[in-house]
Design a protein around this ligand. Structure first.
Ligand SMILES: Cc1cc2nc3c(=O)[nH]c(=O)nc-3n(C[C@H](O)[C@H](O)[C@H](O)COP(=O)(O)O)c2cc1C
Length: 213
């Protein structure tokens, strides 16, 4: 297959930063809401983001996670605190995320610091998840080696039997992280690859610049 022949033209309207709000998360909320409203089908998850982390040894890794909330100062996602990402975030609480909405020709990137959400927030979200997802989170030692699929199915079946319809307690090592960005970039694909890039940076307050594509 000729991958070089794959060439999409971005024919979107440009972005006018003079109309942008002072706070990037307010603009991000608008972009995400548009991405949700224009989503081409249930197979696409507009709140999915690639999350990059790095350990204190300099090793880097990334993976997809789902954004579950936008607060005044950050965005949150949920995971296992003892997973590979959880271990990296423990030693180096900084992360970068990127969202891509191909049907809008848009990308948003954020870099910032990460902290755990409160136990109450995690507990509340955990119990809004379908029971099957709660059970899976409770039995999954995320990112650890398992001998077989059978082992996982067996562990879940055992927990189903043990709990027998009772409330599933929030696992000690499961919960949310809040990423508070210090930098947020909005990218709009444009004709002939002369794209728009607007970056917000936080010092004492948020400032905004345009970058060359
Ligand atoms: C679209 C998509 C969404 C995902 N959302 C999450 C999520 O919200 N939380 C999570 O822990 N893993 C999620 N995963 C799985 C992660 O990508 C990853 O496999 C897992 O968290 C283990 O990563 P780690 O070993 O780097 O910690 C998602 C995967 C995909 C493809």
């Amino acid at each position: 297959m000729d991958f070089q022949a794959i060439r999409k033209e971005y024919e979107n309207k440009g972005i006018d930063e003079s109309e942008f709000p002072c706070h990037p998360l307010s603009l991000f909320r608008d972009w995400l809401e548009l991405a949700v409203n224009k989503c081409p089908g249930r197979w696409f998850e507009p709140n999915a983001m690639a999350l990059a982390t790095a350990g204190s040894d300099g090793d880097v890794s990334n993976r997809m996670v789902l954004l579950k909330d936008i607060q005044d100062h950050g965005i949150s996602f949920f995971t296992n605190y003892d997973s590979a990402k959880g271990r990296q975030l423990r030693s180096n609480p900084r992360a970068a995320v990127v969202f891509h909405w191909p049907y809008l020709g848009r990308q948003v990137r954020m870099v910032g610091t990460v902290e755990k959400t409160s136990r109450e927030v995690s507990d509340e979200y955990f119990h809004t998840r379908p029971r099957g997802s709660q059970l899976s989170a409770a039995v999954s030692e995320q990112s650890r080696e398992v001998a077989s699929r059978k082992e996982l199915d067996f562990a879940k079946a055992q927990l189903v039997e043990k709990l027998n319809g009772q409330t599933i307690p929030l696992p000690e090592n499961w919960g949310g992280y809040l990423l508070s960005p210090g930098q947020v970039e909005f990218w709009q694909g444009r004709l002939d690859r002369l794209h728009d890039r607007i970056v917000y940076r936080l010092d004492d307050q948020w400032t905004r610049v345009r970058l060359s594509p």
